[in-house]
Design a protein around this ligand. Structure first.
Ligand code: NCD
Length: 311
């Protein structure tokens, strides 16, 4: 495996392999000194043209725990502001001797474009509304950890909210259904892509109708930064119809789990504090983010090395 740009490209075997490798990384993260020399001498550059808290920090933490060196590119203080192109920026960082780029960009397809300009591995940390494969890996791992299910056959996953702008939804729909889950999307028509007939999903516009049959309730953030006006009549109306409220939590099955990739819009899609939701996995998603990204970096860069020993 050279790049990780989409769940499609990864395939079911790749997905299972990375989930298995994540177990080893989670074990390392339990040690008093959670650090191994596996990627000593390798360099990972994060190239984020869009904001991020958990994805960027968890990649950087993951790289450090595997003893790789890290470079952080800050758009706002870089020569991009002097007019340097993306291609020249990538070439410049490549010349410094980089083994992997972790890339986030508002335009769909940028990770593929960049792979043509560098010999380094490319990891897609989010391209527009297209793909966010490591978030899908995190979510599959987190569901496995909570349910002990090796595959998701028969599992009903409901994804709620702004599907239209969500790369997390697109990657998760592919990953969850590859593992056998039945995925239902719940959103107003304005927050769905124009045609989802070729997606492996059911669609509903009524959250209360599908609540009681969901094993996993996956809430999405309303992505106002990607919206022109007019996708929802008012925030209040949206959150009344599609937000997670105390009442809706009570309507869930007792063992149903609740997830959100973060960042949350409190008072919009989350009308309740996640700590008041019995089976919320939101903190596990963040914690597992580090182990999953260690697995991805090790798989792409770790050929010939092993995980044994302390750094
Ligand atoms: C998501 C993203 O950036 O796509 N966040 C994340 O990586 N955890 C979801 C979002 O921004 O709503």
């Amino acid at each position: 495996m050279k790049h990780l740009r989409s769940i499609d490209e990864l395939g079911l075997d790749g997905l299972n392999k990375l989930l298995q490798l994540t177990d080893h990384m989670a074990e390392i993260n339990q040690r008093p000194v959670p650090k191994v020399p596996a990627l000593r001498g390798r360099t990972v550059a994060s190239l984020f043209f869009e904001d991020s808290t958990r994805t960027r920090l968890s990649f950087e933490t993951a790289a450090k725990r595997l003893s790789a060196d890290t470079l952080t590119f800050n758009v706002s203080t870089s020569s991009v502001n002097k007019g340097e192109s993306l291609r020249d920026t990538v070439a410049t960082i490549t010349d410094m001797g980089v083994d992997a780029f972790v890339v986030r960009h508002k335009s769909v397809g940028i990770p593929w474009q960049i792979s043509a300009w560098t010999t380094a591995s490319i990891i897609n940390a989010g391209d527009g509304a297209h793909q966010h494969p490591t978030q899908a890996l995190v979510d599959c791992y987190t569901i496995r950890e909570a349910t002990h299910a090796q595959n998701f056959a028969g599992m009903k996953v409901t994804i709620v909210g702004d599907i239209k702008h969500s790369r997390v939804a697109r990657s998760n729909i592919q990953a969850f259904s590859m593992l056998g889950a039945k995925v239902t999307l719940v959103a107003p028509p304005t927050l769905l892509p124009p045609d989802v007939s070729h997606w492996p999903v059911d669609v509903s516009h009524d959250l209360d109708e599908v609540l009681a049959e969901s094993d996993v309730l996956y809430m999405l953030r309303l992505q106002s930064e990607r919206m022109a006006q007019g996708h929802v009549p008012t925030l209040r109306e949206y959150s009344e119809q599609y937000g997670l409220t105390q009442k809706r939590v009570l309507g869930l099955r007792s063992n149903a789990i609740v997830m959100h990739p973060g960042p949350m819009n409190r008072g919009v899609e989350m009308q309740i504090d996640p700590s008041d939701v019995k089976n919320s996995l939101i903190h596990r998603q963040v914690a597992n983010g580090v182990s999953v990204r260690m697995a991805v970096l090790f798989e792409l860069l770790g050929s010939g090395s092993n995980l044994a020993g302390q750094a």
